[in-house]
Design a protein around this ligand. Sequence first.
Ligand SMILES: [Zn+2]
Length: 441
Amino acid sequence: MSSSENIAIPPEVEEQIMHLPKTRALYYDDPYLREFEAKVLKSITFGQRSYVVLDKTVFFPEGGGQPGDQGVVDAQGANFGVSDTRAVGQVVVHILSRPFQGEGIVTKGAIDWPRRYGNMKHHTAAHIVFSATRSVLKMKDLRYMGFQISTDRVRIDLNRDESMTRDQINEIERTANLIALEQLTVKTSFTTRDEAVKRFGSELGLTEVTPTGDVRLVEVGDQDVSLCCGTHVRSTIEVVPIKILGRLRLQKGIERLEVAAAEHGFAEFSKASETASKLTDLLDSEIGSVAPRVQQLLEERERIKDELRKLRMSVAESEALQYLSNAESVGSFKVVTRTLEDLDADTLKRMALKITYSDQDTIVILGSSNEATHLVAAAGANFSKLGLNIGEIVRAVAQKGGCRGGGTSNLAQTGGFPGNKTREFVQQVREAIIHSVPEKG
Ligand SMILES: [Zn+2]
């Protein structure tokens, strides 16, 4: 879980640093310490940056999914920004974005406290959510597969074959908040891996050494125990409220939870609550009735859509019958030719059949374009009695135009021609039909 993609310290610098004495980790002595004084043991300028080693530090070096601290150190009254903190072996390295000279001097340093405190809260929240997940899903073998902490949220990757359900997520969130509200103390101590495994065995959720190589036991009350290198809050009350923002199937067998805690968790609850208020106003319902009310509205909407569709169809059918009064006479047939606006193939078919069923001596050619282009041709029963086949006629015209089409001797369709060619296709089918109809007599 250490970051390997971003090598912040060049090997040339590492070589000069790795044999220095172990840095005293003030961030473990007291994670709430923001300022300190320390002696500059080494300061290397390489490229645009300086790499500064102190005898002790409150700057936490990146590790276990928790970012390295940022802040300032000073030299001869000038402040130097620390853009990142890393560990090389047992030595903590402060990365400065401009040259720093001051080997042997005593410097004052301060970390960006809101950023670090955000990391601490989200780190601790991750342990609590882990414990809640283990208990809600009854997974004794739940394991951390990854961990990504930031000031305003934390991503926790867990071994899980099935996706968590909405109900499970809600229950995990509720359980996590109840655990945090117990004001559990977070206890840390140094140990050996063997000792920790002997005491806790498979209960150890997370098992990683610190960036500087120590094995550190972190106990969140009696809820969670792990080997963890990060900085945590003293009491779980500091991370309330915990909000699970979402879940994601990261890959097969790994489920990711995204969590916001403390003021960031509250902001998310607040957003959800605002939305809920708007919904209760809009629907004029109690909060508990909003979901069934929306469900009911959606069902009503489907029913109305269905009724509208039927109504439109029946209007289209009766309109179709009126086209007969303007039909042209070809042989013994009345031919209706129309290019219509914005109708689908199903409606065109229903309209055409309405006409040909009403009169056996009719031929109908209807075209329209909506998202796609459609053409329907139909003929009354007397058409096929003459040995004529409207399916073949339409297929031939369609093929000439590079489209597929065809049908039975009395009903055929084609489509997929360019939208601006609808009228042209309708006319081509009309001409082909008129050609095939024998003169009256
Ligand atoms: Zn931790």
